[in-house]
Design a protein. Structure first.
Ligand SMILES: [Zn+2]
Length: 536
């Protein structure tokens, strides 16, 4: 946590005046225009003086204890403020150790800055007026945000964004198959070992790079579903102290939510929780966090994306690749300079780092120069290089080539696409039939859950698999037929027997050389994108 000066921009005096007047009028207070104008100009002067405190090095931070804010700004009890933001003062010492102060503006350690600050704070009334105005301005901003953005959003999305903990809890309690957690956990552990194995077997990396890279993977923290401390029955409910009432105003509710968020954040700083609440989001994706943490939120590990009963290749194809991709982000250009704790620290030796940059840039150049007949050039030079590194690592770490591709053989992307299309068409057609046939529809409604979302997914899955199996067998029959025809032709031409066997082998699937050609394709970051669930 870093304590830093907040830079304000006051609104135009006329807007400030209208806002203050509106608020006062709603509370039955009438203040003359002239008095308000004087106060507003005093606030602007105060802010100008604050902003003119000399700024030294804006990037340097000092430890909280060393910053000694108590003696520099005695009017503010920072210890008490931090304790007040915490659930309990237990863990305060840990918070202090993990808190830093930005050495600039009002927190600057120079004599000049201290003197300027104490001069500004001499007029306490203006300082307090300024704080009150900031409070009012925050409230107006919340309402403006509601009017301009939130009002247009889906109501459930607003709740999910504002209350990620509670939303996760509701989803986990009511929908998530808990057995999936173990299965995802195994998937993550497998991929971690594959990653470590891959690093150790590397012929390019030097020993020092290997050691540090292995430590980074080994120490990568994982949050599968939700932080472990919430696993105990009732644990989240106990830590959840937010109480909202129908009588609360919109602003009042948001203030309670923000305060509650701060408590979770301080839990994270005091190491009581492993996840920064800002990163606990309810979305169908996985993500890699700066402090070397891999997060797999609950929605992606549930139907229809994942189930413990799915075969291994399906688990890897659907969830294994995003997991490998996010692990790969730990070694992309933006994060390769961070150690196993996410702090600045070189993982690769300089030579290996240069080599990584060279290879990545070469691959990236190939990618941005590729002119796709359908999508054109994907010219996003700033971000795509990291995505390509993550994808390339994922292809190997998830063992996509070894486990998933051979399983599909000829059952490639177009075939899968048509199977999905047929499945969707069949389900839509059957529902249309049910809807238009009243007696049948009534019969189904009596059956209760037939039309539930789960049933729809199950039906699509069933028809998809059925179509897929049928199409795969049809392809095999077709191959067998053409193979025999070729065999007979070879025999008719009186070719040597060994050559005939070779020819026969050449059309058996899956073929080793086809896997290799796919491997090349994967290394170029192409194939994986077709099946990867959208990732960060
Ligand atoms: Zn990514």
């Amino acid at each position: 946590m870093t304590i830093e000066p907040k830079y304000f921009f006051l609104k135009r005096p006329s807007v400030m005046k209208t806002n203050i007047q509106t608020l006062l009028r709603h509370n039955g207070i009438d203040v003359p225009d002239s008095k308000l104008s004087v106060k507003i100009s005093l606030l602007s002067d105060f802010l100008n003086k604050l902003n003119y405190i000399p700024i030294e090095d804006v990037s340097s931070v000092i430890e909280y204890e060393k910053a000694d804010l108590k003696s520099r700004i005695p009017a503010i009890d920072f210890d008490a403020i931090i304790k007040d933001m915490m659930r309990s003062s237990e863990g305060f010492e840990v918070v202090k150790k993990n808190t830093f102060v930005l050495n600039s503006g009002i927190f600057s350690q120079t004599k000049q800055a201290s003197l300027a600050l104490s001069n500004i704070l001499q007029n306490r009334i203006i300082a307090v007026d300024f704080l009150i105005y900031i409070f009012i301005d925050d409230a107006f901003q919340r309402y403006e945000n509601f009017k301009n953005e939130r009002k247009q959003q889906d109501c459930a999305q607003v709740v999910i964004d504002n209350l990620p903990h509670a939303s996760t809890r509701v989803f986990v309690r009511n929908y998530l198959n808990k057995k999936n957690l173990k299965s995802v956990s195994e998937l993550v552990e497998n991929e971690k070992s594959n990653f470590i194995e891959m690093i150790k077997e590397s012929k390019q990396l030097h020993e020092n790079s290997k050691k540090k890279a292995v430590v980074k993977v080994e120490k990568m923290k994982t949050v599968i579903g939700y932080p472990k401390e919430f696993e105990a029955p009732g644990a989240l409910d106990n830590s959840y102290q937010l109480k909202l009432f129908p009588s609360d105003s919109y602003n009042g509710m948001l203030m309670k939510i923000e305060r509650d968020f701060t408590k979770y954040y301080l839990d994270f700083i005091s190491k009581k929780s492993v996840i920064n609440p800002a990163n606990l989001v309810l979305w169908t994706n996985a993500m890699y966090l700066e402090d070397n943490t891999l997060v797999i939120p609950p929605p992606i590990m549930d139907d229809p994306f994942f189930d413990e009963s799915y075969p291994e290749y399906a688990k890897i194809g659907i969830l294994g690749t995003p997991i490998g991709h996010e692990m790969g982000h730990g070694f992309d250009i933006g994060r390769i300079g961070n150690d196993e704790n996410g702090k600045a620290g070189r993982v690769l030796t300089l030579v290996d780092l240069k080599s990584l940059m060279k290879n990545a840039k070469c691959l990236h150049k190939q990618y941005i120069n590729y002119d796709d007949p359908d999508f054109g050039k994907q010219n996003r030079p700033d971000t795509s290089i990291n995505e390509m590194i993550a994808d390339s690592i994922a292809a190997k770490v998830a063992k996509y080539l070894e486990v998933v591709l051979p399983r599909f053989g000829l059952w490639n992307a177009p075939v899968q696409f048509y199977c999905v299309l047929i499945a969707l068409f069949s389900v839509t057609a059957s529902f249309h039939y049910i809807e238009s046939s009243k007696s049948f529809s009534e019969f189904m409604k009596e059956k209760g859950t037939f039309l539930s979302l789960k049933a729809v997914f199950a039906t699509i899955k069933f028809i998809f698999l059925l179509t897929a199996i049928v199409s795969q067998y049809a392809l095999k029959l077709l191959l067998l037929f053409s193979q025999r025809a070729m065999f007979f032709r070879i025999r008719a031409a009186e070719q040597p027997a060994e050559q005939a066997v070779e020819q026969q082998g050449a059309v058996q699937l899956p073929r080793q050389d086809e896997s290799r050609s796919s491997q090349k394709e994967m290394q170029q970051g192409e194939g994986i994108r077709q099946r990867r669930v959208v990732s960060q």
